[in-house]
Design a protein around this ligand. Structure first.
Ligand SMILES: N[C@@H](CCC(=O)N[C@@H](CS)C(=O)NCC(=O)O)C(=O)O
Length: 215
């Protein structure tokens, strides 16, 4: 008898880019999960009840048969290993390396610099936050664009198949637009963004599909 499918509960916030990555991976793999919204704006992610589930206090977190784990890329890798089809990495080792380099350019080099917890700590004046966000988003996207130019983009960031790189890129570009960062200087990633936004799995995972009816 095959093992029963694990029961999954995703703790996430509708506008969190890291949450969108995992929602999109779940949608691509066609995996069902229970959805538990956690409100970053009201500080629910800093309450003891959530910290007990994910000690970092960051979103998202995924409970697998009742045991909770954090870190979006680790969660996506678990999904990839548990539900290999369709794959989120190319088969060839150097192409996999390019995908990881792109994904980490966003996941470790760009997104963390925009976190509310970091901004509250280091950028005291509310009015300076937009400029800070724009600076680091522009920098991250410009590096990504250069890497695309040196790599093997096709319809998506690596070839013609959606990979983990796209799962990181698209939510970050959404944030760029939200914070009025122009994409004029990054045409390759802009085209990939527009193409991905038309994909049903990407749309299913997008913030507008998860925005609570009442704030
Ligand atoms: N490395 C973590 C980062 C998670 C993360 O930074 N999540 C953001 C939302 S995208 C968050 O929860 N921020 C809350 C805060 O900064 O207080 C991951 O990939 O899961």
């Amino acid at each position: 008898m095959p093992n029963p499918a694990p029961s999954l509960t995703l703790y996430h916030y509708w506008r969190s880019s890291c949450s969108w990555r995992v929602r999109w991976a779940l949608a691509i793999k066609g995996v069902d999960y229970q959805s538990v919204p956690v409100n970053i704006l009201s500080g629910e992610h800093r309450q003891p009840e959530y910290i007990a589930k994910n000690p970092s206090g960051f979103l998202p977190a995924l409970a697998i048969d009742g045991r909770c784990y954090g870190e979006s890329l680790a969660l996506i890798d678990w999904l990839e290993e548990t539900y290999p089809n369709p794959p989120l990495y190319p088969a060839q080792p150097e192409a996999r390396l390019r995908v990881r380099q792109l994904a980490l350019t966003i996941a470790t080099g760009t997104q963390p610099l925009q976190n509310p917890s970091l901004l509250q700590h280091f950028v005291a004046a509310e009015g300076e936050r937009q400029g800070h966000m724009q600076h680091f988003i522009r920098r991250g996207l410009s590096i990504y664009e250069t890497l695309l130019g040196q790599g093997r983009p096709g319809l998506y960031s690596e070839g013609d198949q959606v990979t983990v790189a796209d799962l990181c890129l698209i939510p970050q570009v959404y944030n760029a637009l939200r914070f009025a960062v122009s994409l004029e200087a990054t045409p390759l990633l802009q085209a990939i963004y527009q193409r991905c936004r038309l994909l049903p799995a990407c749309q299913q995972a997008a913030p507008e599909e998860h925005q609570p009816k009442t704030p």
